[in-house]
Write a protein that binds this ligand. Structure first.
Ligand code: TXA
Ligand code: MG
Length: 365
């Protein structure tokens, strides 16, 4: 697995095919390539080559039973992967592709090796909007299986630097296309989810919001233990639901105010303030005079990543970098102002809950 990692810097708004030639050739030769997408960086391999796909699991330390998303460059590539695209899935693709939406479809037998889908009868497919990702896949001429390009369990990478921090020496090439615009992963949707009685379900909230999905499929709901009971914990609809994720080394303490823009109750604010001690890091998601009330004594590292009320997309975009950079600064704990769970807030809180060692809300005081 040890190799030299080369970095090629490519400007996403102006590049020549030549700059992606090496990436495409490595993919065709069964090697791994890390590349930018509009969500997060991916760790790609030829999705038709089971040995290449094994290399992804090895490099990330990813559990074998967590299936991968297959990335395509044109809608037509979908026809090689599935025999049937339900009407609602086609409607979602028309509205959100290319973009941060992954569709789980019934897999055409033999279309991809078993390790891509962890043996499931379904296959997850995404047509990314990022010009580098799309062109690289087109030049490779094969669908590209790619999870996020982080070591399993760590926050996903939104900069090439994050990829190198995790995977230097484990991937021969990193295409550096700058910062990812969404900063959280794609929304994963199964419009005929067997574990949800065939209903359309969001398996993972992400770049496309629930509100946007409902403009196309009004009956869309979100898979959660709250909706489906504890059975969901034992037999999750997506294997990705059962692993701890996005966790930096320092423990994350998430304060959940319930509701967008809600000022925390005085009890919750006091509990928060008590945790902000020298040596800790704080992630602020509220700006302005009515921000969460607490003092930051010396020795506290503060990251202001946006205001959830006026610019939730900034909170989303900066979140993983804030978790990683606070970790790198050596803080003992990362205390986070939670956000409301509508719009982008659903994906933000989903990632934060998975990253959190402890979640505090008014009911836990
Ligand atoms: O934005 C993204 O989706 C990024 C970029 C690189 O495209 N990729 C990404 O991949 O986040 P990964 O492997 O980190 O997450 C894929 C998610 C996991 O939760 C996995 O369980 C789920 O998709 N998944 C993949 N195939 C599935 C399937 N056949 N059925 C249900 N869930 C599936
Ligand atoms: Mg991932």
């Amino acid at each position: 697995m040890n190799c030299t990692t080369r970095v090629v810097v490519v400007n996403p708004s102006k590049f020549e095919d030549e700059e992606l030639r090496e990436a495409a050739e490595l993919l065709r030769a069964g090697k791994l390539v890390a590349f930018p997408t509009e969500t997060v960086y991916g760790l790609g391999a030829n999705a038709l080559d089971s040995d290449a796909v094994s290399g992804i699991f090895l490099a990330k330390g990813r559990p074998q039973d967590n299936p991968l998303i297959v990335h395509i460059s044109e809608y037509e590539m979908l026809e090689r992967l599935t025999d049937r695209v339900p009407d609602s899935a086609a409607a979602l693709a028309r509205r959100f592709w290319p973009g941060p939406l992954t569709l789980v479809l019934r897999r055409r037998p033999g279309a991809v090796p078993d390790n891509v889908t962890a043996g499931l009868p379904s296959v997850a497919v995404r047509l990314p909007a990022h010009p580098i990702a799309r062109r690289m896949i087109a030049l490779a001429g094969v669908p590209v299986a790619a999870p996020s390009a982080n070591v399993s369990g760590r926050p996903s990478p939104t900069l090439a630097k994050h990829v190198l921090d995790d995977l230097r020496g484990r991937v021969p090439l990193v295409v550096d296309g700058g910062a990812c615009t969404f900063g959280v992963e794609s929304t994963v949707v199964d419009v005929e989810c067997p574990a949800a009685g065939g209903r359309p379900i969001v398996l993972r909230p992400g770049g496309v919001t629930l509100e946007q999905l409902r403009e196309v499929v009004p009956e869309m709901s979100v898979y959660s233990r709250l909706v489906h009971g504890d059975a969901a914990a034992e037999k999750p609809a997506t294997p990705g639901l059962k692993y701890r994720h996005y966790a930096p080394r320092a423990p994350v303490v998430l304060f959940d105010p319930h509701g967008r823009g809600t000022s925390p109750s005085s009890g919750l604010a006091a509990a928060f303030a008590a945790r902000v001690t020298p040596g800790t890091g704080v992630i602020r998601t509220h700006a302005g005079p009515d921000r969460w009330p607490y003092d930051t004594p010396g020795g506290v590292v503060v990251r202001e990543i946006g205001d959830e009320r006026t610019d939730p997309a900034a909170v989303e975009r900066n979140l993983f970098d804030a978790l990683r950079s606070l970790d790198d600064s050596g803080v003992t704990a990362i205390i986070v102002e939670g956000v409301g769970e509508n719009g982008e807030g659903l994906a933000i809180m989903n990632r934060l809950r998975k990253a959190a060692a402890e979640t505090v809300d008014a009911s836990s005081l």
